[in-house]
Design a binder for this molecule. Structure first.
Ligand code: FMN
Length: 131
């Protein structure tokens, strides 16, 4: 019997100034729907945090494209592991500002959306959001 596993990859990167995040999201939604990728993309003006999950080969191909994208640099993989079921069965974008009130609201939303995620992922998102 074959066990079906998804691959879940979580990375952070430094974004180019003035990057058009809406355009990235638009491209991603289209491609990810075709490729069976789900996840979460978060941007605070200077850094991205992204989770991509799906079939192993789709994640590998998608991450290879993303890693070559000049709109960001310094990609650091924080976690790369098999999961039995998707933990981010949606695609979402959060934009955090550095102002405290907005930051708290955004943190609360991220926390809600990460409710089913492993503790290490939640901690990494929270740390990055407070940076
Ligand atoms: C931070 C960041 C996240 C991205 N996430 C995705 C993604 O999840 N899926 C995707 O297909 N492309 C993503 N992209 C865009 C890819 O790097 C690439 O531009 C795109 O896949 C090319 O698509 P196209 O050939 O349809 O134009 C991302 C780019 C950046 C900078």
């Amino acid at each position: 019997m074959t066990e079906t596993l998804f691959r879940q990859l979580f990375y952070t990167s430094r974004s180019m100034p003035g990057v058009d995040v809406d355009h990235i999201l638009q491209q991603s939604r289209h491609n990810n729907a075709v490729d069976g990728i789900t996840g979460l993309l978060w941007h605070d003006g200077t850094h991205f945090l992204q989770v991509i999950e799906g079939p192993d080969s789709s994640v590998a191909e998608t991450y290879a494209r993303i890693a070559n994208d000049p709109r960001h640099s310094e990609l650091t993989i924080l976690s790369d592991r098999p999961v039995e079921k998707r933990e981010f069965g949606y695609w979402s974008m959060e934009r955090a500002t550095r102002s405290l009130n907005d930051g708290e609201a955004v943190l609360a939303r991220i926390e809600r959306r990460l409710a089913g995620a492993p503790e290490a992922l939640r901690a990494a998102f929270t740390a990055a959001a407070q940076r």
